[in-house]
Each structure stands twice: as C-alpha cells, then as structure tokens.
Design a protein around this ligand. Structure first.
Ligand code: NAP
Length: 247
C-alpha cells in the first residue's frame, strides 16, 4: 500500500502501459482519475478493482491534443479531486515514416499529443502541487527519446523534448517539494507495438540483453516507485525500463 490516501491523474489509462499503471496504483491504495479519449473496454473492471481496494476509479475523457478540451477536463478533475499527489503523462501516439516523406500533420500531431499535452497538463496540476509543496510528476518518454531512431523523427523529437522539458521543470519546482521524472521504456508489448512485423519484433528481442519484450507491469513497477515516497530524493531523472536494450 505504497500510495494509501493518495490521488493520481494518469493519462492514456485505457490500454497498455497506462492501464498497467492504473491497476498498480489502485492496488496500492490510490484513488485514480484515468484520462483517455473515449470510454475504455476495461472501465467496469477498473471500477471493480478500485472497490475491492477501498478506493475509487474515475474515467474521464478528452483529446489531449485539443488544448481547450484537455485544459477544461483536467481543471474539472483537479477541482473534483481537491488536488493530485501524482501525475502521470502517459498518453502518446506514433506516426512513423522517413523524415523526407513525413507530412507536416504527422509531425504536428505527434508533438501536440506527446509533448505539448504534457506541458499543458503539468502547468495546471503542478501549480496546485507547488501550493501544497508536494507532488510527483512522471512523464512517459521512450528509449527513442534518448538514442533516436530512424523512421521516427517526430516521435523521437517529442520524447527527447519531454526529457529536456521534465529536467527543466524539475529544476523550477524542486524547491517547492515537487519531483519530476521520466520513464524511458524500451520495447513493451502493447497495441502500440503489436502493429510491428513479427520479424522486426524478433530482431528487437535479439538486441535486448534480457531477451524478452517488457510488459506494462514492468513499467508500472517503476511508475509506482517514482510515485511513492520510496523515491523521495529522486528528481530530474530518466529511468530506462528496457531490459538493457540501450546497452
Ligand atoms: P497504447 O497501447 O497505444 O495506448 C495509448 C494510450 O494513449 C491509450 O490509453 C489512448 O487512449 C491514449 N491516447 C492516445 N492519444 C490520445 C489522445 N489524443 N487523447 C487522449 N488519450 C490518448 O500505447 P502504450 O504502448 O501503452 O504507450 C503508452 C506510452 O508509453 C506512450 O506515451 C508511448 O509513447 C510510451 N512508450 C511505449 C513503448 C512501447 O513499447 N509500447 C515504448 C516506449 C514508450 P484511447 O484508448 O482512448 O485511444
């Protein structure tokens, strides 16, 4: 029960890594507001899990790429919760392609959803955390944001930008008791990576020292650590959850 009596906002909560984080937070006594674009297939299951653990799960909806909409929805959730102890900016997309062929809309969409949304949501939530002199913000970057990846210039720029943004924000808010960290997952089995060809997946697994893809639970365990008091002296860090893929 590492998050007993805590309240968290997790974006991209409907599937994959976000869903794993929501489950882990709920099991650790946290009341969670999960933000996604539409009602999720797992909503009732998460509500039941929350009930079992004596907390509540609230699913809320916004397109994080729509500044007005996400601002309105996050402000309403913040007011309902009376403040968040933990914020996880996890919603993200890919629009892969070689740079010279990339449409500007694919560049703009990825930057807006993966990077600008985190800035907007942090701005609202961190203001309140600063007032309370306490809070943990976790931004979901990627191994690609650290090392780059051909065919993903837009995604790499968004995830690298998220790291630079998070370290800078950590420097601004650390004195007010708010911590900001990034997680940089490697190859995690979710809808996002299920679209990859089997041969490419096998080639990626070959390059991973631990010889397997990661699971949403692997990432959720690190999010739980960063959200909880166990990481009370950890800020402005990027924690890789990649089975050693970056080595
Ligand atoms: P996923 O299975 O594709 O799930 C994406 C989540 O983001 C869904 O909950 C989706 O909600 C939400 N989302 C996407 N666009 C949105 C929008 N415009 N507004 C609101 N919600 C939106 O992805 P995942 O693999 O779990 O990835 C989660 C995060 O980890 C992403 O930031 C991704 O870049 C990062 N990551 C993933 C991997 C990997 O190998 N899987 C590796 C490194 C980093 P809806 O269901 O409502 O669409």
């Amino acid at each position: 029960m590492l998050l007993q009596n805590k309240k968290a906002l997790v974006t991209g909560s409907s599937r994959g890594i976000g869903r794993g984080i929501v489950e882990s937070f709920i099991k650790n006594g946290c009341e969670v507001w999960g933000l996604c674009s539409k009602e999720s297939a797992g909503k009732a299951e998460l509500e039941a899990l929350a009930k079992e653990n004596g907390v509540a799960f609230h699913e809320i909806y916004a397109d994080v790429g729509n500044a007005e909409q996400v601002t309105e929805v996050v402000k309403a959730a913040l007011a309902e919760a009376g403040g968040f102890d933990v914020l996880v900016n996890n919603a993200g997309i890919t629009r892969d392609g070689l740079s010279f062929r990339m449409k500007k809309t694919d560049w703009d969409d990825v930057l807006r959803i993966n990077l600008t949304a985190a800035f907007l949501i942090c701005q609202i939530v961190s203001n309140d955390m600063i007032r309370k002199r306490s809070g943990s913000i976790i931004n979901m970057s990627s191994i690609v944001g650290v090392h780059g990846n051909g065919g993903q210039v837009n995604y790499a720029a968004s995830k690298g930008g998220l790291i630079a943004y998070s370290k800078s924000l950590a420097a601004e808010v650390g004195g007010r008791g708010v911590r900001v960290n990034c997680i940089a997952p490697g190859f995690i089995e979710t809808d996002m990576t299920n679209v990859l060809k089997e041969e490419l997946k096998q080639a990626m697994i070959e390059k991973i020292p631990l010889k397997r893809p990661g699971t949403p639970e692997d990432v959720a365990n690190t999010a739980l650590y960063l959200a909880s008091g166990l990481s009370s002296y950890v800020t402005a860090q990027v924690i890789g959850v990649d089975g050693g893929m970056g080595a």
